[in-house]
Ligand binder design. Structure first.
Ligand code: GLU
Length: 553
């Protein structure tokens, strides 16, 4: 077989040599130990949590080591590509604050190792395939879909492994005349890699997440170039990650099955394979069956990255939650370093679990509450204003009408050792703040059990003339005691508990009556502060409104 002649026949338009291409991708000048990682998403228009999960690993590994994190668009499958897909990818990562150091941008490339869109790299891949053909390591295969299906059926019947290998690799050793005849007829073909592997052999591999593995060698002659001249994932991965200098490939564990193919290709090309970190699938407990299953695009809205922005989960909360899934020791670190930026956490692939990570939205809410409780008032105000501007225009108008008022409310219980944790996402702001806005105020005047409607009215009537917006919490509480005593309620809870029959209730019942009247619910932040924010006029109006409502009850 004249391999050179075959290579020229298949790739007459390729005049570059592998060496010329290699020269365009010099070794990166980085400090010892610096890692180069990349995201290689396909522009399908759908970005999911798994993408972010992997990206966080990439970003941490690179930036923690003084390395490079870059974006490569894997657009070799035109059928799955959607218009604006690249934009969706870039916007999703930038909204999650995971900065790429280089790679594809909206209108081109930024970096010296491009092009960063695989669709623009056809000549590069073909140069390397041509060289494999020249060396007898790759060959064209003219099998039709029908022929491959027939082989598959045969293998099924014989209970043999599926695929293109051994006697099923019908073009592997075909004479040149057959190949040329097929080419002369213009028969479409793919290029396959000639595997020298055997399923009798195992290869050892150490994955950064899965640990030591023993995997069966690949004996299939896999397709490396499709009939349109575009490479398959396998070949593009090997060529790109070599040229672009990737040192750690972080990708979903679904790629583990074809790792032997990739290692084989790296060897055939004479290139050093990168390290691999195969990340576990994101699982959840199915609310219906109670069983564990993979997150599903169809059933689980929380799989889509867009879900988090829509609901108003703060970006750092989502990242922190993903970090709790990624590194088993993150939560402990966070408890000990409450105010440290997340980047200060020493992330390690050694702490990643090799089995499925269990995604739990309730846990995300808890993490988010903690994250928001540590934010300062101005940050929270800006985030709510920003979120509501696109997702709840009506609330936005109320919320930003008097910024000082909204901020004063958001400041209640913020800071200090035990901050309030009312908000898990920005969409919660409306329900938490409704009592500030008469437009949203829908009071539920359910009074404490021990207080009748008549009594509640009398308490409110007594409180109205005593109200002073300048009162400190202590002043306010003294007034509550005064009213309690006048109405036969114990002025302290201990006294009430010691002899309940001597009282109608305790001072807490009295202040609860005032709280319900003002806040329209039993659960609200510090009442004295709320009343100061509302101001005298609105407080008195609320007291009247409640008395009127109780009167008609
Ligand atoms: N384009 C591949 C995917 O969408 C990327 C896998 C990888 O990171 O190598 O899954």
């Amino acid at each position: 077989m004249d391999h050179n002649r075959l290579a020229e026949r298949l790739f007459p338009h390729i005049h570059t040599t592998p060496e010329e291409i290699e020269a365009r991708y010099p070794k990166r000048q980085l400090a010892e130990g610096a890692k180069v990682t990349r995201m290689g998403p396909s522009p399908t228009g759908f970005m999911h949590l798994g993408n972010l999960y992997g990206a966080l690993v990439d970003e941490r590994l690179a930036h923690q080591s003084g390395g490079v994190f870059y974006l490569r668009i894997e657009d070799t499958d035109k059928k799955r590509e959607v218009e604006g897909g690249v934009q969706t990818i870039i916007e999703a990562f930038s909204s999650f604050g995971l900065p790429f150091d280089e790679g594809a941008t909206l209108d081109g490339d930024d970096g010296a190792y491009g092009p960063y869109r695989q669709s623009q790299r056809a000549a590069i891949y073909q140069t390397f395939v041509k060289s494999l053909v020249q060396r007898g390591m790759a060959y064209p295969c003219f099998c039709t879909e029908e022929e491959l299906a027939a082989a598959h059926a045969q293998q099924e019947q014989n209970k043999e492994n599926f695929g293109y290998y051994g006697r099923y690799a019908v073009w592997r050793d075909r004479p040149m005349e057959d190949i040329e005849a097929a080419l002369d007829k213009g028969t479409p073909y793919v290029v396959r890699f000639r595997s020298e592997g055997s399923i009798e052999h195992k290869l050892r591999h150490e994955d950064l997440v899965k640990g030591k593995l023993e995997i069966t060698e690949n004996d299939q002659d896999v397709v490396i170039l499709k009939s349109d001249g575009i490479p398959t994932y396998h070949f593009a991965h090997v060529v790109d990650d070599h040229l672009m200098g990737t040192t750690v490939v972080v990708r979903g564990e679904e790629w583990l099955a074809t790792l032997p193919v990739h290692l084989q290709l790296f060897r055939a090309m004479g290139w050093k394979a990168p390290k691999y970190a195969h990340t576990a699938q994101l699982m959840k407990i199915d609310p219906e069956t109670g069983g564990k299953r993979k997150l599903s695009k169809r059933k689980d809205p929380e799989l889509a990255l867009s879900f988090y922005a829509q609901q108003g989960y703060p970006v750092p909360a989502v990242l922190e939650y993903l970090m709790t899934l990624l590194n088993s020791n993150f939560e402990e670190w966070r408890r000990a370093n409450q105010d440290a930026p997340m980047d200060a956490f020493p992330f390690s692939t050694k702490k990643m679990s090799g089995s499925g990570a269990l995604f739990d939205i309730e846990k995300l809410r808890d993490v988010s509450k903690n994250v928001i409780s540590r934010m300062d008032t101005d940050t929270v105000y800006a985030a709510i204003a920003d979120w509501s501007a696109t997702h709840d225009r009506a609330f936005h108008a109320l919320f930003t009408r008097d910024p000082a008022m909204s901020k004063a409310y958001l400041a209640i219980g913020r800071g200090g050792k035990k901050p309030r944790k009312d908000l898990a996402l920005w969409a919660d702001a409306k329900g938490y703040m409704d009592l500030l806005f008469d437009e949203l105020f829908r009071p539920d005047y359910t009074m404490p059990e021990r207080v009748s409607a008549e009594e509640a009215k009398a308490i409110l009537a007594d409180f109205a003339p005593l109200f002073d917006a300048q009162d400190t919490p202590d002043d306010f509480f003294a007034k509550m005691k005064q009213i309690a005593a006048a109405h036969g309620y114990a002025t302290d809870t201990k006294a009430y508990k010691a002899d309940p029959s001597a009282y109608k209730g305790a001072v807490g019942d009295v202040s609860m009556v005032v709280r319900v009247a003002i806040a329209g619910r039993q659960n609200a932040p510090d009442l004295q502060t709320v009343m100061r924010i509302l101001g005298r006029e609105r407080v008195l109006a609320r007291l009247d409104q409640c008395v009127a409502a109780l009167g008609s009850a």
